[in-house]
Write a protein that binds this ligand. Structure first.
Ligand code: FMN
Length: 196
């Protein structure tokens, strides 16, 4: 393909504010370009022995404190993050020929922050958080539907509180890697660490 691949890497606290701001402007561009699920990202985690695993999650917050996603803490990713609190995220926006990956330490979000986010979710998503036994084998679709019906009735009668096993993780970036393809344009940045 005719084109130039360039990349820019930011690391260290001084560069990080600029890196987060660049990330947000790229995300806005992806939204404007009509990317389907622009906040979808690959989340890579690993056991303490170094066995990696990946899956998709959705970015819910990106601010000066980092990148937040929510999940079931008893899931495979939740257990791996408990024993090895490091993760890498990867956003892929082919429509604008850009990709970003983010590496960093992971911390659980504060319970009040998770409660506020849980309360903002639609009813079905809150039921889903209760009903889904993430990463566990499902005997049948009927089993899942029975759990959804059970929690809908049980929780419909009272306040729908956040389950204790469901919360958020914040990836605190140590390195953000920006990767883009521009037809016939060569781009250079002060912090370029390599190309291709
Ligand atoms: C586009 C997309 C977004 C997803 N977002 C989330 C999410 O935000 N949180 C989550 O726990 N699972 C999410 N999932 C499901 C996960 O990819 C995964 O199947 C599930 O969390 C179990 O992962 P694990 O067994 O590796 O822990 C999403 C799936 C897709 C396809």
């Amino acid at each position: 393909m005719a084109g130039q691949v360039a990349d820019l890497c930011v690391s260290g606290p001084r560069d990080m504010a600029g890196g987060l701001s660049l990330f947000r402007s790229w995300l806005e561009e992806a939204v404007r370009a009509g990317v389907i699920e622009p906040t979808a990202m690959v989340l890579a985690t690993a056991t303490c022995r170094g066995t990696p695993s990946v899956r998709m999650v959705l970015l819910k917050v990106c601010d000066e404190h980092g990148f937040v996603f929510y999940t079931n803490h008893s899931s495979r990713k939740g257990e791996e993050l408990a024993e090895n609190p490091q993760a890498t995220l990867c956003f892929n926006w082919p429509e604008i020929a850009r990709r970003v990956s983010v590496e960093g330490r992971v911390e659980p979000v504060a319970p009040e922050e998770a409660d506020a986010y849980f309360d903002s979710r639609p009813w079905q998503s809150r039921i889903g958080a209760w009903a889904s036994r993430q990463s566990q084998p499902l005997r049948s679709r009927a089993q899942l539907l029975r759990r959804v019906a059970y929690f809908s009735i049980r929780l419909g009668l009272g306040a729908l509180e956040r389950p204790s096993f469901w919360s958020g993780f914040r990836v605190i970036p140590e390195r953000i890697y920006f990767d883009f393809l521009e037809e016939n344009i060569s781009l250079t940045f002060p912090a370029v660490q390599g190309a291709g």
